[in-house]
Design a protein around this ligand. Structure first.
Ligand code: C5P
Length: 353
């Protein structure tokens, strides 16, 4: 059983009026609502909602949005003795999201039900996140995770990592668990290199394996007001991309430092400042990605970059009309495209250059 104090807290949350603890919740993008009915706010209509309240609870149920990311820079600095690579990467969350619904049960286990059946297993990062918390605190309360997937998988958009971080934050906030930020960070880093970033979200520089996260001021360049994401049909294994990366593609962090300096000084970014050290190798090994890049440029984009280890590419635009025009010109069957914007789940005031 969940220790009594946690259980009491869950009960207390159900009767708390919205707003009493509202500050804590909105800080993490979490809100609750007493009168919501779980069946009315099904996974599907919650997913379609772009309302201001990203997370809703009803009884022992909590909804949470889990956002995708893009990499403005991704630099591989070198190979580490643990087999991973030392990175410098500037990441930004975007408003493409999965909806996660957590329900407390009396079963001593974590179960997942996803719109993508291949994610219905114990190796799902969201399940592993919930299990890590339960094990760490010896909790026996069960959780059912309903996962409405919209972020494409194995796409370089961090969907699985984002789901894991969303579950960690949601459980921490919902159950008021005795986990410090550093505890959460340790659990996050044990789940995957991108998970620590999603604990913060927004705009951040990530170093080391990805676990050293430095949030950057929420100023966003005008030139990148709209972000068109295009995913070719294939999936890409991040491990395979890193394994085959030649040392000649390593850089020294210059691109990331330059972007950070420009963002901090609120200087406008040049699109050529965006950099991904995995891109050359991915374009060479995966012709579908190279073709998609050509197609996006031909459709009128001024600049295209790979996100993470791909295969998703993103093209920034200052004007919505240009972004929409390019999206409409991408007729190739199989491309999934998403017109998105930068999003700061934990910050209220965001300024554009
Ligand atoms: O940490 P995560 O499981 O997300 O990483 C997936 C794979 O990407 C790792 O198995 C590793 O091969 C590679 N990787 C790396 N260096 C990093 C992050 C990921 O080599 N900093």
């Amino acid at each position: 059983m969940l220790p009594c104090k946690y259980l009491c807290f869950v009960k207390a949350k159900e009767i708390d009026p919205v707003g009493k603890k509202g500050h804590d919740y909105t800080t993490f993008g979490i809100k609750k609502h007493n009168e919501l009915d779980k069946f009315f706010f099904s996974m599907h209509n919650a997913g379609m909602s772009h309302a201001a309240q990203p997370i809703l609870t009803s009884g022992a149920t909590l909804f949470v949005r889990s956002y995708a990311k893009i990499n403005l820079t991704l630099e591989v600095l070198g190979r580490r003795v643990d087999g991973y690579h030392e990175l410098a990467t500037v990441m930004q969350t975007v408003d493409l999201y999965d909806t996660i619904c957590l329900t407390v049960t009396d079963e001593n286990c974590v179960r997942v039900v996803s719109t993508q059946p291949e994610l219905n297993g114990d190796d799902n990062l969201a399940v592993r996140a919930a299990q890590a918390v339960r094990q760490r605190l010896a909790l026996t309360q069960g959780i059912v995770i309903e996962l409405d997937k919209r972020i494409p998988m194995a796409a370089g958009l961090g969907g699985g990592s984002s789901n894991a971080a969303a579950v960690l934050l949601a459980l921490q906030q919902w159950w008021q668990l005795p986990l410090s930020s550093s505890d959460l960070l340790t659990i996050a880093a044990s789940l995957g290199s991108d998970v620590p970033f999603f604990l913060t979200g927004g705009l951040a520089l990530c170093e080391g394996r990805g676990e050293r996260v430095t949030p950057l001021a929420p100023h966003w360049p005008r030139a990148m007001r709209w972000l068109l994401l295009v995913k070719p049909t294939i999936g890409v294994s991040t491990a395979a991309v890193f394994r085959s990366l030649p040392a000649s593609d390593y850089t020294d962090g210059t691109y990331s430092r330059a972007i950070c300096a420009a963002l901090q000084a609120r200087r406008d970014l040049r699109l050529e400042d965006l950099y991904n050290g995995l891109e050359r190798s991915v374009l060479e090994r995966y012709p579908e990605v190279a073709q998609a890049r050509e197609d996006i440029l031909k459709a009128g984009a001024a600049s295209v970059r790979l996100s993470g280890s791909g295969p998703t590419l993103f093209a920034p635009f200052s004007e919505l009309a240009s972004a929409t025009r390019v999206q409409q010109h991408l007729h190739t069957p199989g491309y999934q495209s998403y017109l998105t914007r930068a999003i700061y789940p934990n910050v209220e005031n965001v300024s554009f250059f």
